[in-house]
Design a protein around this ligand. Structure first.
Ligand SMILES: Nc1ncnc2c1ncn2[C@@H]1O[C@H](COP(=O)(O)OP(=O)(O)OP(=O)(O)O)[C@@H](O)[C@H]1O
Ligand SMILES: [Mg+2]
Length: 233
């Protein structure tokens, strides 16, 4: 009998996404695919639709046109609650602001996606905290951590439930340069080790250098043109 091997599905797949707000079309048929363990950066001017794209890919919004797939399953057609439950196990999210819950300690924050999805456990969460340099801080409340420490908790949380992919939107936008580099490097290193795909939205060319490839969003589509990075500050 002939054996047919199927390649692993893409961690993330967007097919012909379109999105408009009133008369303004933000995305005009955007497609992209992120393989397991691949790191893809998305750049583009302010207002070009990067966050809109990430929200659609993360299932936080439903696209007006096109399809969103996570690890081989179409999700834009699912109901909001089913999709949210699936998101907890399949996607890690890291935004510019950390969105840690202030009443939960560091370990409890990292465990949240595990509790919601039934994947991952306390030993794994503690291991990730060690990897991001926060061993011994499990019982600390986020309020007393530095900005960089909080974003490192957010990185550990994003990977805790063994997601297929991590979506990061300016994950280091609130940090100084040294901290931004350190946090981005941690995110990329850990995701590659875990075989999770990463989609990283950034204005910062130094962060985009961590990626396997970079896509530039302009006028609602990806372009091959050279990126117009904002000057480093
Ligand atoms: N919910 C919404 N309702 C109306 N307009 C929206 C909505 N979300 C985004 N927009 C508009 O869509 C455009 C793209 O916004 P988006 O936040 O995706 O840009 P961006 O590329 O992430 O920009 P930045 O680099 O400044 O974060 C903007 O003009 C924005 O005002
Ligand atoms: Mg944005």
């Amino acid at each position: 009998m002939r054996r047919v091997t199927h390649p692993a599905p893409a961690a993330l797949d967007a097919r012909h996404l379109t999105q408009a707000y009133g008369p303004m079309t933000v995305l005009r048929g955007v497609s992209l695919s992120v393989a397991p363990g691949e790191v893809v950066a998305v750049t583009g001017p302010s207002g070009s639709g990067k966050s809109t794209l990430l929200h659609l890919l993360g299932g936080l919004d439903t696209p007006q046109g096109g399809e969103v797939w996570w690890a081989g399953t179409r999700v834009d057609t699912l109901g909001t609650q089913v999709r949210a439950a699936r998101r907890a196990g399949q996607l890690g999210l890291v935004f510019q602001h950390h969105y840690l819950l202030d009443d939960l300690n560091v370990l409890e924050n990292v465990l949240l996606p595990c509790r919601l999805s039934g994947q991952g456990d306390e030993a794994r969460a503690a291991g990730l905290l060690r990897r991001v340099g926060l061993a011994g801080r499990e019982g600390t409340l986020p309020g007393v951590l530095s900005g960089g420490e909080r974003q490192r908790v957010a990185v550990a949380r994003a990977l805790a439930a063994r997601p297929a992919a991590v979506l990061a939107d300016e994950p280091t936008g609130s940090l100084d340069r040294a901290n931004a580099q350190a946090v981005a490097a941690l995110l990329v290193t850990l995701a590659r080790e875990e075989g999770a795909g990463v989609l990283l939205v950034t204005h910062d060319e130094r962060l985009a250098r961590h990626a396997d490839r970079t896509l530039h969003l302009l006028d609602g589509q990806f372009t091959d043109d050279a990126p117009d990075f904002e000057p480093a500050t």
